[in-house]
Design a protein around this ligand. Structure first.
Ligand SMILES: Cc1ncc(COP(=O)(O)O)c(C=O)c1O
Length: 426
């Protein structure tokens, strides 16, 4: 039972007045804080400043002059880096792209719409309807891509060990217009969920009515452990697909956006030989080659998996206190009230907050009016529709600790204010 449910109307009204006065005080402070996106903070970005050291030469290990056109699939050492440190896939099944894995995902769907997922397959654009399964809460930009292509989104509850597989299996078995699913298998955005072995195996093996069903395996946070050895592990989806003969099903993605620099990292996608051949044939029309100079300097800065691991530990040293601060404030301010719950992730970039039902939009809007911008409520659900209006994504990575503390102070106050207003309206 929440603290509020045992209070009388008069007590509630008095509490409301107190909280409102505190809120008005915040409004008068002229705050301008942004907690809306999961961006790396300056300190984390600075850990990769060695990237900007002048390059003495531009020739790679096999003699390629990286300043020139060509090598569309990426430098051998860049493919090897993604193979060893991120994707656990053979280097020859990896394409290294530009600075954004999201662009690779967008283009992969674009190719499916115009040319089909493999030669001879019907382009999705020729079909009356294309649907995707969207584990939710999830990454808002995946949902934006679906919106852009007119793909109907089917929300799937995200449970503690991954998406609800019972629902998924029955949906994909029955409906050939379901062509894909978004998966963030490790430290998911925003809930920090890592898929269990059972979930990965079921995704690989489930029968699908659509012959051209694809898993968009967005492993954006695969090296983003917060607590060193106490880390999650996720099965390699491709290897599970190999065991059951579904190797064309997954596209695997990763990038260094939150490893080196978010605006100028490198990204990659891995897939079956057949998918790769088709992707290359189509990509060849789109580009002559990605930025190999950037690939080369990344490989010099991060020559192997150990270098990535060491850099990520330095990042974790910066991030741990920020996550701890948010968790501590939520705990101190809200536990006793029993009006909310939140995640305590072992990695990734977010804390996912579940407040009083029907209040998320109001909380975000009141925070904004007092100068703290949070991720829009609803953004973590397909079509921006959180059915319970309950989830808010907290992104602690960007603001310095002092600003984070102020933002969280306001946030907790606003949550209480909304809970009291909800109780009074009853
Ligand atoms: C799940 C997920 N995928 C992809 C991205 C973006 O990746 P990139 O910078 O490689 O485009 C993000 C960024 O927040 C993310 O959270």
């Amino acid at each position: 039972m929440s603290k509020l449910s045992s209070m009388s109307q008069v007590e509630l009204e008095q509490l409301h007045e107190e909280l409102l006065a505190q809120y008005k005080d915040f409004q008068g402070r002229g705050l301008k804080l942004d907690m809306s996106r999961g961006k790396p903070g300056k300190e984390v970005l600075d850990h990769s400043n060695a990237l900007f050291a002048a390059m003495e030469n531009y020739t790679n290990e096999t003699g390629i002059d990286t300043r020139n056109y060509g090598n569309l699939a990426g430098l051998p050492e860049a493919r090897r880096l993604f193979s060893e440190a991120f994707l656990d896939m053979p280097a020859e099944q990896i394409i290294v792209g530009g600075n954004s894995s999201l662009t690779l995902m967008f283009d992969t769907i674009g190719r499916a719409f115009v040319r089909g997922v493999l030669p001879g397959m019907t382009p999705w654009g020729k079909l009356e309807k294309v649907k995707f399964l969207c584990p939710a809460p999830g990454y808002d930009r995946h949902f934006m891509i679906c919106d852009y292509y007119g793909i109907e989104m089917i929300p799937i509850p995200l449970l503690e060990d991954g998406p609800d597989m019972d629902q998924i299996e029955s949906l994909v078995a029955a409906d050939a217009s379901i062509k894909g699913i978004w998966c963030v298998p490790m430290y998911s955005n925003p809930d920090g969920v890592t898929y269990s072995d059972d979930v990965v195996r079921r995704l690989a093996a489930m029968p699908t009515a659509a012959e051209d069903f694809r898993i968009f395996w967005d492993n954006a946070y695969c090296v983003h452990h917060l607590y060193g050895a106490n880390r999650d592990h996720v099965l390699n989806i491709y290897k599970e697909c190999e065991k059951v003969g579904t190797t064309d099903r997954p596209y695997l993605f990763a990038s260094t956006s939150k490893v080196t620099i978010a605006g100028g990292g490198i990204c990659a996608m891995a897939m079956s030989p057949a998918n790769l051949e088709w992707a290359m044939k189509n990509l060849n029309v789109q580009a002559i080659g990605f930025d190999k100079v950037n690939q080369l300097r990344h490989c010099r800065f991060l020559p192997n998996a150990e270098a990535v691991e060491a850099l990520m530990e330095r990042h974790a040293e910066v991030l741990r206190p920020k996550f701890a601060l948010v968790l501590e404030m939520l705990g101190k301010e809200l536990t006793e009230w029993e009006i909310a719950r939140w995640t305590n992730p072992k990695g990734g970039y977010f804390i996912s907050f579940y407040g009083p039902e029907g209040c998320a939009k109001k909380i975000v809007s009141l925070c904004k009016e007092a100068g703290v911008v949070m991720t829009g409520a609803g953004a973590t659900y397909p079509y921006g529709k959180d059915p319970q209006d309950i989830n808010i994504r907290i992104a602690p990575t960007l603001p310095p600790a002092e600003e984070l503390a102020t933002a969280m102070e306001l946030f907790c106050l606003v949550v209480k204010l909304c809970a009291v207003e909800k109780a009074l309206a009853k």
